[in-house]
Write a new protein. Structure first.
Length: 305
């Protein structure tokens, strides 16, 4: 077993340090990382920062603040990741707060937000221990087309577009339920025009993008051929983003949040997902000064008593 990661700087052994939590091998490139590093350089704070994989052998109490950034393998190792959160919760201040991360790691949180009055994409949750007929769910809800996806997932892994009468429905449900619970949603035709992602820092809107899928696909991620463009949120989208963040079950101010929404058939935005664990923040699209504001907020939290 490798020795625990130790702090080796000799200039000030009492220096408060920031750890940016990642994973051992990123499945796709992180466009935000270089911008964060450059921003920390510009602020003269890079010497206080380490990027460390969440499952690394590390002495976490040597850090003052753990900013959860890119643990993009957590969904495949959900139980291990939750156990790690339990282990580090008393060793280092984690942002966003650990109870919020646990809650947000399973997409059943969407039903909590719906109960709180947030307009979500209609969602049916299926317990893997009580398998149901996907065809029956679609027919009961009146959804001619739908999307089935794992309740713990990132990057559209395990997601499939389905439709009433399709022979592939059984396979799609089995694939989504391979490791856990499943959610079923109607296929939102508005996704063809793009899924909007709104980034908030400490509850304030920073910037937004629109992620457009490749022709014929429903997945907006660039690894599936999707594209990203800057977006000016509408008043309705801003109201939805603020309502979603306000409904998160915590009294603490969230450091960051990304609200993903799509337009329904009535032209109104509906929450697709609320990303509070490891979202890409689309920092290349942030207006001038907004990355600096984000990093100053992080450093202020690091230095707070």
């Amino acid at each position: 077993m490798p020795a625990p990661l130790e702090i080796s700087d000799h200039d000030d052994p009492h220096m408060r340090r920031l750890v940016l939590v990642t994973c051992r091998e990123l499945p796709v490139a992180d466009a935000d990382q270089a911008i964060i590093d450059q921003g920390l350089d510009d602020l003269g704070e890079r010497h206080r920062v380490r990027w460390v994989a969440w499952d690394a052998s590390a002495v976490w109490q040597h850090f003052g603040l753990a900013w959860i950034r890119t643990p993009w393998d957590y969904a495949q190792r959900h139980g291990e990741f939750l156990a790690w959160l339990d282990a580090v919760e008393d060793q280092v201040t984690v942002v966003n707060p650990v109870p919020v991360l646990r809650w947000n790691s399973h997409k059943s949180y969407l039903l909590d937000l719906e109960h709180a009055g947030v307009a979500i994409v209609p969602t049916v949750m299926l317990d893997r221990t009580m398998p149901e007929d996907l065809e029956g769910v679609l027919e009961l809800q009146g959804w001619g087309e739908g999307v089935v996806k794992p309740a713990v997932s990132v990057g559209a892994i395990g997601a499939s577009r389905v439709s009433v009468g399709a022979a592939a429905n059984v396979v799609a449900l089995a694939e989504a339920a391979r490791d856990g619970d499943v959610l079923v949603q109607p296929y939102m035709a508005g996704v063809a025009d793009g899924e909007v992602s709104i980034v908030l820092i400490e509850g304030r809107v920073s910037h937004a993008v629109r992620k457009v899928p490749a022709t014929g696909d429903f997945r907006v991620h660039t690894e599936y051929g999707g594209s990203v463009i800057a977006h000016e949120p509408t008043p309705a989208e801003l109201a939805l983003a603020e309502a979603a963040v306000a409904a998160v079950p915590t009294d603490e101010t969230l450091l960051y949040a990304r609200v993903d929404c799509v337009t329904d058939d009535d032209g109104q935005p509906r929450l697709m997902e609320l990303e509070l664990i490891e979202p890409a923040l689309f920092l290349p699209y942030a207006p001038a000064g907004h990355v600096e504001r984000l990093l100053r907020v992080v450093i202020a939290r690091l230095d707070a008593d």
